[in-house]
Design a protein around this ligand. Sequence first.
Ligand SMILES: Cc1cc2nc3c(=O)[nH]c(=O)nc-3n(C[C@H](O)[C@H](O)[C@H](O)COP(=O)(O)O)c2cc1C
Ligand code: SF4
Length: 483
Amino acid sequence: MTSYPKIASYRSAAALRTRLRNLGLDLDLDDEILPAQSSPLAQPLNLPSPIAGRTSLGNRFAALPMEGWDGTKDGKPSDLTTRRWRHFGMSGAKLIWGGEAVAVRHDGRANPNQLLINEANMSALEELMREVINQHQAAFGNVDNLLVGVQLTHSGRYAKPNDQFKSEPIIAYHHPYLDRRLGLPSDYPLISDIQLDELVRDFVRAASRAQKIGFHFVDIKHCHGYLGHELLSAYSRPGRYGGSFENRTRFLCEVVRGIRRDAPGLGIGVRFSAFDTRPYRKGPGGTGEPEPGEGAYTFAFGSDGQSGLDIDLAEPIHFLSLLRELDVRLVCITGGSPYYNPHIQRPAMFPPSDGYQPPEDPLASVARQIKVTSLLKQRFPDLVIVGSGYSYLQEFITQVAQYQVRAGHVDLIGLGRMMLCYPNLPADVLDGKGMDRKRLCRTFSDCTTAPRKGLVSGCYPLDGFYGQRPEAIQLKRLKKESL
Ligand SMILES: Cc1cc2nc3c(=O)[nH]c(=O)nc-3n(C[C@H](O)[C@H](O)[C@H](O)COP(=O)(O)O)c2cc1C
Ligand code: SF4
């Protein structure tokens, strides 16, 4: 098993820079964390057009959507959900990108504890949204340049609406590797075009509810292997939602048109996996390796269509042109899927229980997301672009973030796992307090392993609140058993 130097072992920005150069990575960083007066991260960002009366965002931090597997069976937030969203509000980030994945209907829930946006849950979701706003107001004295959205999802192939351990996949097309992993027979039915038309209406209805609840925008989720993302790679699907680019993006276009019609004035964003690879599996020594296979790999949006390992941004660029045509200006870039290539999406030193040892220095995985984001930002300077995958940078996260924003490679720095262990990192950095090293995410992946084992997510190693819960003991035992 190959091991890589830990981030904490780099004593300075120069040492990290040398490592990045030696790895051949096109990633740079500032030498120091800057005070707010001169930090690019403290600069407001003008929005291309007003959203919910806001014309700008107060700084360059965004809280990425982070699900907790901790809603009630009927899809309402629990105290744990509320605690996490409260943290988003007090983090100091001025863009709360979606909170977490919220299913538009029951069969699209990724687990029986995923939030559900239906009529019965509206007042509970409103309280959740209020919590973010109130916390932000209390901590920072105003909410004028804060945007809070909700991420709308259907989990498609990864739906488990009724039982944490029972898949009930809804698939857009047959995938040779992913079908096999789920044990799906070759005649397993595809979601029909008529069912997709119905799902468009469900997304639009959900967006109207989101607007009534008070959310400033909705994210029409197109990432991480869930249904919206799967449709983007439905090259082999027959009918109106498959084959051509126009057909594969029909779902998105119809949802956007429906929202404009039924919820005018609601902001719209799209989080999408801008690149993908063939699925990875555990290879020798537990290290990740791509699934071997004969012939061209034609199942990945944003990949070369041959090896399935090289990025080709032609279609993602086409996708962003389409978003611009649709006047959707808020975009969050991510990659791949936590189910079949987690290392490209949430770079980590320690894999989750269903993952594999990193096949490359996780710095390379971070640099890839940042590079793709920067290439897309350069092509689309008029879109508001949020980047992801920074948490692995730990001690150097702020210095990389400053550099990237100043260089115009990205507009906002999205924080995912860091929001679980150290939500107020943005506030600390912008206050000039610097970062509390003891609270930095060390990419132990317990927040992913716990839900894979049927437990609520949370930062068990670093957040004492979770460390003291009974699930922490269960998690330790389950991890030991699976060694
Ligand atoms: C526990 C956990 C929950 C997540 N939930 C969501 C989610 O609900 N929606 C989503 O789009 N991404 C989700 N993600 C992905 C993150 O938003 C983010 O893309 C990823 O963690 C990489 O960013 P980071 O390096 O800052 O963690 C989740 C990740 C983790 C670890
Ligand atoms: S459990 Fe905590 S330290 Fe580990 S990856 Fe998640 S947020 Fe980071």
